[in-house]
Write a protein that binds this ligand. Structure first.
Ligand code: SF4
Length: 412
C-alpha cells in the first residue's frame, strides 16, 4: 500500500512516509477495461451500465473472493443490492483481503447477522417523515429523499432499508407532496437533497427540482448529499456544474472514507465543482478495516483539503442491521480525534458525531479538553497534554479585579 521512503528521507519516522504515500494522487486506471475507448470509459452512463452487480461477475473479476465475501455476494440482495462501478472497482486490491475499498463495497455474509441493538432505521427517519420521502427532524431544515438508487452500494448504509429496494421497502418519493410541505412550512430554511444519490438524476430532472425549491422564498440554502464524485467522478461534467451554479447558495456534501478514494479523477471532479463556486464538505463514517487508524485519517483529511473539500463530519457507524463487523468503537474515534486536533490544520479537523439511536439527532463527541470548571476558573489541557487555567467570568467582565492604583515603576 505504501512505499517506504525513509531511506531517502533520513530520519523521517515511518508514519510520516506512510502518510506521504497515502496522500499521493493516483489514477484508478483501466484495469480489466483497458480495451474500452476513452469516450465510453469517461461517460458516466457507460459506467452505470457496466456495473458489477452479481456474484458471477464479481468472481470472474476477483477470483480471490474470500468464503465470507462469496457467501455475502451470493445473498447480495438480502440487505442491499450489489453494484460497483468499473472505475471504483479498479481501486480494490484483489490481493489484499484487508483492502479498505473492498470492505466498503463487497458484500459479506456477516451482513446477515443482526445484533440485538441493531435497527433497520437507526436514525428514526420514518418516524419524523410528515410526508413520504421528507424527513423533518430538526427545526429549520429538512432531508428531501429523491431516489432510492446509488451508483454503488456501501455495505454499512444507514438507509439500507430503502436504498436499492433490495429489502422491498418500496420507496416512492412524491415530489409534489414534498415540495408542498416545504412551501407550507415557513420554518424550513435549509433543504438537503439526498437518497440514494441525487446526482444520478439527469441534469434536466435535477434542475427541475432545484428550480422549484429555489422559488420558495423561505428556502435560503440548498445542499446535495452525494457519493457520486467518489464512485463515479465521470458524472461531474462541466454541464452539471454550470447548471448547479445557477442555484446558489448551494453546498455539496461528499462521502469519502479513505485517502485511496481520492484519485486524480476525483480531485479533478471536485475541482470542477469548486470552480463552480460550490463549497464542498466531506462526511465520512468511522469503519473498522477502513479508517479506524489515526495515520490513515490524517492523510485522508489533509488530502481532502488538497481537493478543496472541508472535512465536515466523522460519523460513528450507525446501529444499522448487519454492520457489527464494520463498527469501530467510540473510543477509537475519540483517539483519532485526539491525534487530529492541534496536530494538523484546524480546517482539516472534522466533528466526530454520534447520530443518537432512534432519532435523537447528531450529538458531537469530543475528547475531554476541559478538565474541570467552576464559577472561578476553567482548567483545560492542550493537544500536548499541557494544563492551563483560564479565569471564568459569568458576565463577561474580567474576573480579577483591576488594581485601584497603578504603581509606576521607579525610574533609576
Ligand atoms: S452512497 Fe450513501 S445512500 Fe448510497 S449506499 Fe452509500 S451510504 Fe447509502
Amino acid at each position: 500500500m505504501h512505499s517506504d521512503t525513509s531511506a531517502e528521507n533520513g530520519d523521517e519516522p515511518p508514519s510520516y512516509s506512510i502518510l506521504k504515500s497515502l496522500k499521493q494522487f493516483r489514477s484508478a486506471g483501466r484495469g480489466f477495461w483497458s480495451d474500452v475507448p476513452d469516450s465510453a470509459w469517461n461517460d458516466w452512463r457507460w459506467q452505470l451500465q457496466h456495473r458489477i452487480t452479481n456474484v458471477e461477475q464479481l468472481q470472474r473479476l476477483m477470483p480471490t473472493l474470500t468464503p465470507e465475501e462469496f457467501a455475502g455476494a451470493t445473498l447480495a440482495n438480502h440487505k442491499l443490492a450489489l453494484a460497483i462501478t468499473p472505475y471504483f472497482f479498479n481501486l480494490i486490491d484483489p490481493a489484499d483481503e484487508n483492502c479498505p475499498i473492498r470492505w466498503q463495497v463487497i458484500p459479506r455474509i456477516e451482513e446477515t447477522h443482526t445484533a440485538p441493538w441493531e435497527m433497520t432505521d437507526p436514525c428514526g427517519e420514518d418516524a419524523h417523515s410528515p410526508v413520504p420521502g421528507l424527513v423533518h427532524r430538526y427545526p429549520d431544515r429538512v432531508l428531501f429523499l429523491v431516489t432510492d438508487r446509488c451508483a454503488a452500494y456501501c455495505r454499512y448504509c444507514t438507509r439500507s432499508r430503502l436504498v436499492s429496494n433490495a429489502s422491498g421497502y418500496d420507496f416512492h418519493p412524491q415530489f409534489d407532496k414534498q415540495l408542498e410541505y416545504i412551501r407550507n412550512t415557513a420554518s424550513v430554511r435549509d433543504v438537503l437533497l439526498s437518497g440514494g444519490d441525487p446526482l444520478l438524476f439527469s441534469d434536466e430532472r435535477l434542475e427541475h427540482l432545484l428550480r422549484q425549491l429555489r422559488a420558495i422564498p423561505h428556502v435560503e440554502f440548498l445542499r446535495i448529499g452525494t457519493r457520486i464524485p467518489i464512485f463515479l467522478p465521470q458524472r461531474i461534467t462541466p454541464q452539471l456544474c454550470a447548471m448547479l451554479k445557477k442555484y446558489h447558495p448551494l453546498f455539496v456534501s461528499i462521502h469519502s472514507n479513505h485517502p485511496r478514494e481520492l484519485t486524480t479523477e476525483v480531485r479533478d471532479a471536485l475541482g470542477r465543482l469548486a470552480d463552480a463556486g460550490i463549497p464542498l464538505g466531506n462526511q465520512s463514517v468511522l469503519l473498522r478495516h477502513v479508517n479506524d487508524d489515526a495515520t490513515v485519517t490524517k492523510a485522508h483529511v489533509q488530502k481532502l483539503l488538497m481537493c478543496r473539500v472541508k472535512p465536515y463530519y466523522i460519523y460513528q457507524c450507525d446501529l444499522i442491521s448487519g454492520s457489527a463487523h464494520l463498527r469501530a468503537s467510540v473510543r477509537q474515534g475519540l483517539e483519532i480525534m485526539e491525534q487530529l486536533r492541534g496536530h494538523t490544520t484546524g480546517y482539516a479537523v472534522p466533528q466526530f458525531v454520534i447520530d443518537a439511536p432512534g432519532g435523537g439527532g447528531k450529538v458531537p463527541v469530543n475528547p475531554d479538553y476541559v478538565l474541570s470548571r467552576n464559577a472561578a476558573r476553567v482548567v483545560i489541557r492542550n493537544y500536548e497534554g499541557k494544563i492551563f487555567e483560564y479565569p471564568e467570568a459569568a458576565d463577561g467582565t474580567p474576573l480579577m479585579p483591576a488594581p485601584t492604583e497603578i504603581e509606576e515603576p521607579e525610574l533609576v
